[in-house]
Ligand binder design. Structure first.
Ligand code: TRP
Length: 329
């Protein structure tokens, strides 16, 4: 039997090439080796206010992007988290074994709550819901970016605590960090990881950005005061452009060095732009084809929820039995 893998992204904001190279591309590559479940974690998105109509369309857009990048709904289950109510039920049960102190220590909580005047309780509970997403499928591995590593540690702590209180129930999920080079930085500020929420127009390249905009953003990317590529002394901006080219093109380090050493930044940017565009164009074509087919994306989501619900429900049933809750008869 194949081991199970789960990961998820929020349907907020447009997915960008950092999400693709750091997560989605990897999901596509590993989907056939695991029993794969990929979540659109809309319940996490509403920990901060979302305009309802916008959220509704973002969920479908995110699912269509999963399909457009090559997640195969025959091999993988694509699931909207809110379509499987057992996630929420398990989250409550796990909340009851989670000390508040563990949650208050989370760096993402500290950062997000500082920016808010009133802090929704959901923001504090966020990591418990995330633990539920993973543990409900008894996932063996969870591919995430390094910014989520602390949440995965907490997931294991919660699982361990539950197991020691009520007996062995949950599989310990392993964190699966992306390969080196999968970390894409902002084009305008190469010291910061490319982010969905950054506001600068030159910061991120959205997977659905119009092609002429993609070219413009790359041509305007921050470099450094040198005129041409020198692999020993280059700054973070040039390294980021090379990294993006290499990640899309799949070139070896030797080939990269031989090809780009001494190349003037203007030419480097042109070549990076052409590489990125060559990958995004077919992806965008597929995306718009998928979106043009009425009912297709929601059909994939409904099918995904149907397929994974028995797994999720049986985990919740087991947890309730272990805890002594009423499970009928
Ligand atoms: N917190 C994750 C993020 O912001 C999203 C997420 C929610 C997730 N539940 C998950 C990731 C379960 C992996 C597994 O990126």
């Amino acid at each position: 039997m194949k081991a199970r893998v789960f990961s998820g992204v929020q349907p907020s904001g447009n997915l960008h090439i950092g999400n693709y190279l750091g997560a989605l591309k990897n999901w596509v590559e590993i989907q056939e080796n695991y029993e794969s479940i990929w979540g659109i974690v809309d319940l996490h998105a509403v920990t901060v206010y979302q305009e309802p109509a916008e959220l509704r369309s973002k969920i479908l857009e995110t699912a269509a992007l999963f399909l457009a990048v090559g997640i195969d709904p025959k091999q993988s289950s694509i699931v909207a988290q809110s379509a499987v109510p057992a996630h929420t039920e398990l989250a409550w049960l796990l909340t009851c074994v989670t000390p508040v102190g563990w949650l208050e220590r989370m760096t993402q909580y500290k950062a997000k709550s500082q920016a808010q005047e009133t802090i929704g309780d959901g923001l504090l509970q966020y990591p418990v819901l995330m633990a539920a997403d993973i543990l409900i499928y008894q996932a063996a591995i969870v591919p995430v970016g390094d910014d989520q590593a602390q949440h995965l540690e907490l997931t294991r702590d919660i699982a361990q605590r539950f197991n020691s209180l009520y007996g062995d129930t949950f599989t310990m999920p392993a964190t699966h960090l992306p390969a080196v080079g999968a970390r894409v930085m902002g084009l305008d500020d190469p010291e910061k990881k490319m982010s969905k929420s950054a506001t600068g127009t030159g910061h991120a390249i959205g997977l659905l950005d119009p092609i002429d905009q993609v070219r413009k953003k790359i041509m305007r990317a921050t470099t450094d005061s040198q005129p041409a590529v020198d692999c020993d002394t280059m700054g973070a901006g040039v390294a980021n452009l090379l990294n993006i080219f290499q990640a899309f093109g799949g070139w070896t380090a030797e080939k990269m060095q031989a090809h780009f050493s001494g190349m003037r930044y203007g030419d480097l940017k042109k070549q990076v732009a052409e590489m990125v565009i060559a990958k995004l164009e077919p992806l965008q074509t597929r995306y718009y084809e998928i979106m043009a087919e009425p009912g297709y994306v929601s059909g994939v989501l409904n099918h995904g929820a149907e397929r994974v619900s028995p797994i999720a429900n049986s985990t919740v049933q087991l947890v309730k039995e272990r805890m002594g809750l009423y499970t009928g008869a």
